[in-house]
Design a binder for this molecule. Structure first.
Ligand SMILES: [Zn+2]
Length: 283
């Protein structure tokens, strides 16, 4: 599932290509998008709210999309060959210069912009880690409301904070040296504050220009941009490989109601209370 910074980058790219331009062609395989005429409208801007991507059109209309597990937006020049099969196409928004193609997008709807604030999914989002107005105190408060659950699960809950996905979940907890199974109520304010601050810092770093997506670990060769995303991470995707800090094999476990994979170092992130025991290599 794309993380908040990935959606933010996609929105920025779409905004640069499309903002101020007129839609010359609109296609959609999604029946929900058929009811209103899009061609002829101007794309005013493209923004994000957590992991929701919002494309604002003239005439008080917003296209809200959510990528979930496999969705993505691509930008092409007219006539350029698509990198995914046509059967995965869900939406095409074409201007004279570009074609924005939404592939495998499971969730899309058109909303009047005046109704955005009242939209159920958007209204319930926690503070947006990438918003200029990010409210860390409110994020702390929402974490505290969920004292009974494991911190790793709380971080994935978009109603606590919006933007963290499964990769940053493991990375943030590693950097803060907190075991992913720790219940929120067992963490003190300083620990929670460091988690919130680290999450905001990592997401912000990763929307800056010139940083390869999802970089949390730059290693020794800071000038080398490595191609494999896992080379840029501390623990995510590195099961059984030596911890970059202490050499202990990185642990992996399915966690939470959705059985999402969690990676951690049992030495750097010691277990306190009840929760995940170290099981290097086991799932
Ligand atoms: Zn370690």
């Amino acid at each position: 599932m794309p993380e908040g910074d990935t959606i933010f980058r996609a929105a920025r790219t779409l905004h640069r290509a499309l903002a101020g331009k007129t839609v010359v062609r609109f296609e959609s395989m999604l029946p929900a998008l058929d009811r209103l005429e899009i061609a002829g409208r101007t794309i005013d801007r493209v923004s994000t709210a957590g992991k929701h991507l919002l494309m604002h059109f003239s005439g008080d209309l917003v296209l809200r999309t959510h990528m979930r597990m496999n969705g993505s937006w691509h930008i092409y020049r007219p006539g350029e060959r698509w990198q995914r099969p046509r059967r995965d196409m869900r939406v095409v928004i074409a201007t004279d210069e570009y074609e924005a193609v939404g592939f495998s997008i499971p969730e899309a709807e058109l909303i009047a912009s005046r109704d955005l604030r009242r939209h159920d999914d958007l209204r319930k989002l926690g503070p947006d880690l990438l918003a200029d107005t990010f409210d860390a105190a409110e994020a702390m408060r929402r974490l505290r409301e969920r004292g009974e659950i494991a911190i790793a699960d709380a971080l994935l809950n978009q109603r606590v904070m919006a933007g963290i996905g499964n990769v940053y979940k493991s990375e943030v907890l590693f950097l803060c040296r907190i075991n992913p199974a720790t219940q929120v109520r067992d963490l003190d304010d300083a620990q929670l504050a460091s988690i919130v601050e680290t999450a905001a810092r990592l997401l912000r770093l990763n929307v800056s220009e010139g940083v390869a997506p999802m970089t949390t670990y730059t290693g020794f060769r800071r000038t080398t941009r490595r191609d494999d995303p896992k080379e840029r991470l501390w623990v995510y995707g590195r099961a059984r490989l030596p911890c970059r800090r202490c050499g202990t094999p990185v642990s992996i476990r399915k966690q939470g109601t959705d059985a999402r994979l969690t990676y951690w170092c049992s030495t750097c992130q010691p277990h306190v209370g009840t929760g995940l025991q170290a099981r290097p290599g086991g799932v």
